[in-house]
Design a protein around this ligand. Structure first.
Ligand SMILES: Cc1ncc(COP(=O)(O)O)c(C=O)c1O
Length: 430
């Protein structure tokens, strides 16, 4: 961190200058630069070759629950250890060098994370995760009216709207489990002020045509919030090009730490603050408080400093691998798994052919929890349950599904182990 100070001539220190000083870091002097640039040539191979970067992936363990939370590369662990130890100090307040350095690193992290999704740094709010991001919009939005959700939404994109007093309408799915945008077009009225859809379903992997959803929402004067939790780790996301109004995601699904996520919007100035406290103010008197501009006015209290630096390291790591390469890698694994599952008479497959990184299925006569427990005995970790999507389970007519989800470290051995494990389940219940 002290190197950081030396290469930043003329940057401000202390409370009021820290943010402006952070902007003075050039890409060349940022100590957290991506490890790999497109100009460096092809990204390193994924799958087996990357397992070595992830200490959580112990030999012989087949982790197929990345949609729940991703394993962390050593680079992220190192970044958080350094931020928590060697470099630790508060941000935005200290008049001493360590705190000013940490402020620079924190704001550099914001820039790197914003750039990863094609955003400007003052358009992203650090939140605890996608859940908090959606709550922020649901509670703070000045035009609470009707919101159109879809059948496949995660509870995080249902319950906040209910709690905040929105009237909820529900868009059906197509036969293969995608949000039916033709139906959305018919359902949307001028009473709708918000549409909130998942970019990728956490159960079915179904990708959304965000541009079309945005066009439909805007046509009736509504805004579009995208729950990007499952998309950001596996698809290239450029919020400026997507056309949505809000985009939410969680850091821990993007190979970063828990306790940090992002709300992006280019309309933050139109939202009033939703939580009050330190940091989010300009001036406080007992008569009246003036708030800081966005995004600061949405970040009340001491921020998740360590987690922000960890997430920036995750973004660097993923950028080094190349998000297009990760997407292609996961698509190949999904294709291979779906093909092998489709050959088993006992298996019902859910979701579209082009599911992004996620495969949900049921086995005739076997509860998904039993599948998960037996697979665990063979070192295969899948998710079994309702996946925080009970309305979708009701729609599918099942209490739960078994779900395998891939990450950049997944490989063909994981698919083989799962298929062999399912054969064992069939033998036990056969
Ligand atoms: C699609 C989707 N939305 C929202 C969430 C909630 O994310 P978090 O619990 O990190 O806030 C998840 C987590 O599983 C998810 O998959």
């Amino acid at each position: 961190m002290s190197n950081h100070t030396k290469i930043l001539p003329g940057t401000g220190r202390g409370t009021s200058e820290a943010g402006g000083g952070a902007q003075a870091i050039s890409a060349a002097s940022d100590p957290h630069l991506p490890l790999h640039h497109p100009s460096d040539g092809p990204p390193p191979p994924l799958g087996e070759d990357r397992r070595q970067d992830f200490p959580g992936l112990t030999p012989g363990w087949h982790y197929l629950d990345t949609a729940a939370t991703a394993q962390k590369p050593q680079a992220v662990i190192d970044a958080t250890v350094n931020a928590m130890g060697r470099d630790y100090a508060t941000v935005h307040r200290g008049v001493y060098a360590r705190s000013a350095d940490m402020t620079l690193a924190y704001e550099a992290a914001r820039r790197r994370i914003a750039a990863f999704i094609g955003a400007k740094e003052d358009q992203i709010v650090f939140v605890r995760g996608a859940t908090e991001a959606i709550n922020l919009v649901a509670y703070s939005h000045p035009r609470k009216g009707r919101v159109l959700l879809s059948v496949l939404e995660h509870h995080s994109n249902i319950v906040p709207w209910q709690l905040a007093g929105w009237q909820v309408d529900v868009c059906p799915l197509t036969a293969d489990g995608c949000i039916d945008l033709d139906a959305a077009e018919k359902l949307l009225t001028s009473e709708h002020t918000m549409v909130a859809f998942a970019h990728v379903s956490n159960v079915l992997g179904s990708p959304l045509d965000v541009a079309r959803a945005a066009e439909l929402a805007h046509r009736v004067g509504a805004e579009l919030l995208i729950d990007g939790c499952q998309a950001v780790p596996r698809l290239p996301v450029d919020v400026a090009a997507l056309g949505c109004d809000y985009y939410a995601f969680s850091g821990h699904k993007l190979y970063g730490p828990t306790g940090i996520g992002v709300l992006w919007s280019d309309k933050l100035d139109a939202l009033p603050p939703w939580q009050g406290g330190g940091s989010m103010i300009d001036r406080v008197t007992f008569a009246k408080t003036a708030y800081a501009p966005a995004p600061t006015r949405f970040e009340a209290g001491t921020p998740a400093i360590v987690e922000a630096l960890g997430l920036a390291a995750a973004v660097d790591y993923v950028s080094a691998m190349g998000i297009d390469a990760i997407h292609a890698h996961e698509c190949a694994l999904v294709g291979a798994l779906r093909e092998q599952l489709a050959r088993k008479n006992s298996i019902t497959l859910f979701g579209p052919e082009n599911s992004a990184g996620i495969v949900s299925f049921a086995m005739a006569g076997v509860h998904p929890h039993d599948i998960g427990t037996i697979l665990d005995e063979s070192g295969v970790a899948i998710r079994a349950g309702h996946h925080c999507a009970q309305p979708l389970m009701a729609h599918l007519g099942v209490p739960a599904t078994a779900r395998a989800s891939f990450g950049l470290y997944s490989n063909a051995d994981d698919v083989t182990a799962l298929i062999e494990g399912l054969a064992r389940v069939e033998r036990i219940f056969g």
